[in-house]
Design a protein. Structure first.
Length: 195
């Protein structure tokens, strides 16, 4: 049901972007400097924060408006967070819906919700329960520059919906009862091309 709702939202948003005068769409890709939340032991103590790693993203976007605009995106994202116990790898679909405004010349600022659907996750050498929520909500905020059809932006993304992995067994060490907060906390650098 959640998947169907997400797909319908993306299709309707894309249709709206194409139906308006002066709107457009394009492709985008870039790098993420990512870290998920803290690692908690079975006694609920925050043991450590992850080492941040570089991930990547690729996707498409639509744009409605010019000076004040709405920009929905559909993005595949791959992230890795390093803990002493292993690396947490997450692949997800992100659907940011950004409201932006041109500030001066080609400079624009934007913010909006980001809907995330986790496709796949794994933690090195560890068996765990499913991530609590496959579908989560976060926030994107950032700034960008558009030079003709080419654009570059940098944004910060933070997940709001509490979401975690609970470990049930492992081949390496005893992590039974431990958990990791899977909410994204990342800086995203994107290059986009309007088609």
């Amino acid at each position: 049901m959640k998947r169907t709702m997400l797909i319908m939202f993306v299709l309707l948003t894309g249709y709206a972007a194409m139906a308006q005068k002066g709107s457009g769409f394009g492709i985008k890709g870039g790098l993420n400097y990512n870290g998920n939340g803290d690692f908690f032991d079975s006694a609920e103590n925050a043991v450590r924060s992850p080492d941040r790693n570089v991930g990547y993203h690729v996707g498409v976007f639509g744009k409605l408006g010019n000076t004040l605009y709405v920009r929905p995106e559909l993005v595949y994202t791959s992230t890795t967070s390093a803990y002493n116990e292993g690396d947490l790898k997450i692949n997800k679909l992100d659907v940011p819906v950004l409201l932006g405004i041109k500030v001066i010349g080609p400079l624009n600022v934007f913010a909006g919700p980001a809907f995330q659907y986790i496709l796949n996750s794994k933690f090195d050498g560890v068996t765990f329960d499913d991530i609590e929520n496959d579908f989560t909500v976060g926030l994107n905020i950032g700034a960008g520059v558009n030079l003709g059809k080419l654009g570059i932006d940098v944004r910060y993304e933070r997940g709001f919906t509490e979401n975690e992995i609970n470990f049930i067994s492992t081949n390496l060490t005893n992590l039974n009862g431990d958990r990791v907060d899977t909410r994204p906390d990342q800086i995203i650098l994107s290059l986009s091309l309007k088609i």
